[in-house]
Design a protein around this ligand. Structure first.
Ligand SMILES: Nc1ncnc2c1ncn2[C@@H]1O[C@H](COP(=O)(O)OP(=O)(O)O)[C@@H](O)[C@H]1O
Ligand SMILES: [Mg+2]
Length: 229
């Protein structure tokens, strides 16, 4: 996979030869220095952007064949995103935040509430949060809400870009535990992280540098952030 950003006469090759296979049900970490192309890769995997060269197949579908509109629809159905900054809306309640992707699909209110509540419980959230505003919760709790919102549509793949980047260790542990539990339930997960202790919790680590995949390794679970509880 190749990706060039063009602005004026300046061309930046953010990806220059990256190939990645994400088996269904796997938990993968992508690590690399700042500027190495991690976010670019995640945006392309998540169908927010198209590669300059190369293809993304999801559930057997060659997404290069889809129109922009089909691509957006496919993305809403297949991909869940989690970001470093949570991206929750503080003027909505927790419940309304988690429901949002279902509103976009036109589901009736009672079904939305049911699915949103299930998603919140699945990520270890608490029902007492439902009618609070996100900013009344701790950082770790807010990221759990963001993960609930990401999985409420039962996506094929959950993509997270530095999900623990803004969190203290205790909150980061909560997030990693949530990913582990979701993965145990069958959720496919790709996490981009700077934190080696987070990467070590995945099943496989891919290293990216200067837009190229430079290695892969099997994590050492003993070095995972939540090893030993
Ligand atoms: N929208 C953009 N326009 C131009 N250059 C970009 C854009 N986004 C990223 N880049 C460049 O592409 C390279 C990879 O960036 P990025 O994927 O954000 O890396 P990472 O997430 O690993 O820090 C960097 O050199 C960055 O400056
Ligand atoms: Mg990045």
């Amino acid at each position: 996979m190749y990706k060039a950003y063009v602005s004026g006469s300046v061309v930046t090759w953010a990806l220059r030869g990256v190939s990645l296979e994400v088996p269904r049900g796997s938990f993968i970490a992508v690590m690399g220095p700042s500027g190495s192309g991690k976010t670019t890769l995640l945006n392309i995997l998540g169908l927010l952007d198209r590669p300059t060269r190369g293809r993304v197949y999801i559930d057997g579908v060659d997404t290069s064949k889809l129109s922009d509109r089909e691509l957006a629809e496919f993305r809403n159905r297949k991909i869940g995103f989690v970001f470093q900054s949570f991206n929750l809306i503080n003027r909505l309640t927790v419940l309304e935040n988690v429901e949002l992707p279902l509103v976009a699909r036109g589901l009736p209110k009672d079904l939305r509430v049911k699915l949103a509540t299930e998603a919140l419980l699945k990520v270890g959230g608490d029902l007492s949060w439902l009618h609070k505003r996100p900013n009344q919760l701790s950082g770790g709790q807010q990221q759990r809400v963001a993960i609930a919102r990401a999985i409420v549509t039962s996506p094929s793949i959950l993509l997270a870009d530095e999900p623990t980047g803004n969190l203290d260790t205790a909150s980061a542990k909560i997030v990693v535990r949530t990913f582990k539990e979701l993965n145990r339930l069958g959720q496919t997960i790709v996490v981009i992280t700077h934190n080696p202790e987070v990467g070590q919790c995945a099943e496989r680590i891919y290293l990216i540098r200067d837009g190229k995949m430079v290695g892969e390794s099997k994590p050492d679970p003993g070095r995972c952030l939540i090893s030993g509880g």
